[in-house]
Design a protein around this ligand. Sequence first.
Ligand SMILES: Cc1cc2nc3c(=O)[nH]c(=O)nc-3n(C[C@H](O)[C@H](O)[C@H](O)COP(=O)(O)OP(=O)(O)OC[C@H]3O[C@@H](n4cnc5c(N)ncnc54)[C@H](O)[C@@H]3O)c2cc1C
Length: 476
Amino acid sequence: MSDQHISHLVAIVGAANVLLGDDTQSYVTDYRGVFRGEALAVVRPGCTDEVSAVMAYCHENRIPVVPQGGNTSLLGGSVPDASGQAVVLALARLNSIRHVDTLNATMVVEAGVTLNAARTTAEEAGTLFPLRIGSEGSCQIGGNLATNAGGTAVLRYGNMRDLVLGLEVVLADGKVWNGLRALRKDNAGYDLKHLFIGSEGTLGIITAAVLKLFPRPRAVCVALLGVDTLDAALQTFGLLRKRLGTDMTAFELISEDAMALVLSHLGRQTSPLPTSHLWHVLVELSSTANQEDADAIFVAALSDAAEKGLITDAAIAANETQAADFWLIREEISDAQTRARGSVRCDVSVPLSSIPAFIRETSDKVLTAAPGTRMVVYGHVGDGNVHFNPLRPADMTPEAYLDQYGDNISRIVDQAAMALQGSISAEHGVGTAKRDELLYVRSQVELEIGWRVKRALDPLNLLNRGKVLPELPSAA
Ligand SMILES: Cc1cc2nc3c(=O)[nH]c(=O)nc-3n(C[C@H](O)[C@H](O)[C@H](O)COP(=O)(O)OP(=O)(O)OC[C@H]3O[C@@H](n4cnc5c(N)ncnc54)[C@H](O)[C@@H]3O)c2cc1C
């Protein structure tokens, strides 16, 4: 039977684009090597019509489908389960930029275009596509949309949901919805694109999108700050927001342990600051003013923070190379953790004003439960988003740490976030890793609405089965 399926799939996309056996390995294992499954085949369509034909065939033959972009997501959403029954639908070959319209400030790109390529295209057209995340060389626009990706510029430009005007989607039965409208005002009925954004491949296959473009800043200023306390970090945020307004594009917090880990990963002895600090902040201003004026505003704002005793140290990037180097430190923390092995990854959000209490109290609880833990805490604090990722003590194996403490630490962190009216998943989504937790953090009504939408769009439950939506105790 499976040979017959393979022949049909080959007839649609060509033999070179149906991978089997060992050739599927990099598609059935996630970026960190934590989630692993098996696939009937990996199918790599090259255009929307081929996606449609594959979906129609899978629908007719009840074959589950797992859409996959760059496979950089962290919660198991992009890889199949162990049954070996699913087709992994890899979208990388849908990699055309269909259209750039600088006056309308939009571009139409296919789902498999990497974030990096989309940003470069925008730049070459003299504009900006502002989504910025550490995985931008590998992750794809389709994956960014399916996860509603966030990143380091949300403060100014919003999440992926805020950066898109229209979508093209192939439905579970192969029908194509062309919603590629490049309009900033369009209230003619339901705004269906929002159903698919953030749905992690459970409702449809995104094949193309109309993305918003923005004016390219003429000046960018970046500084790394040393801060003694979390309260001072948050007060600094308040002060800079008042002084810099929406020109403040990033405000990233980095704990002492996170800084030590990433510096060692990068093979460096010291941070750009002369002394070590309990907390660091990476702050960025982007402005359409000229560089000289922007520098003056930036320096004045930071001086104000220093005079008020909020920041104790600051290194201001002298040029683009140094700014890129400061950003490298921030962006490599995730990979530093992957390499160190043995961290519990919690991507939570709480209201901004609760961040100091959240980090302090949760750190105390984690250290009591798992003594010697390194508190790798960092994130997009300007958005209330904390990557709270406790790391094993240096003298404990990753396996022992995760076995002994992993579940308990996740519970401590998630419960603390929920107690402060926060979220257990700020930007990484749900996948399989967080799926069952939704039973505790979402109401029955909300979960039932989710299942009704799922059944309407994917009645045979073929699209990314077992991801995002937990089974409900009673029939919804
Ligand atoms: C070093 C590093 C740094 C990161 N930093 C951030 C960060 O700052 N902010 C952030 O939000 N995330 C971050 N991530 C997580 C990840 O990069 C994002 O979730 C990203 O958006 C996933 O894109 P992808 O193309 O790799 O999608 P995948 O991992 O391939 O897929 C993600 C989900 O989307 C579905 N999917 C993929 N493509 C499609 C499609 N075309 N149609 C329908 N469904 C689809 C998949 O089935 C899966 O459920 C980081 C990851 C790494 C490794």
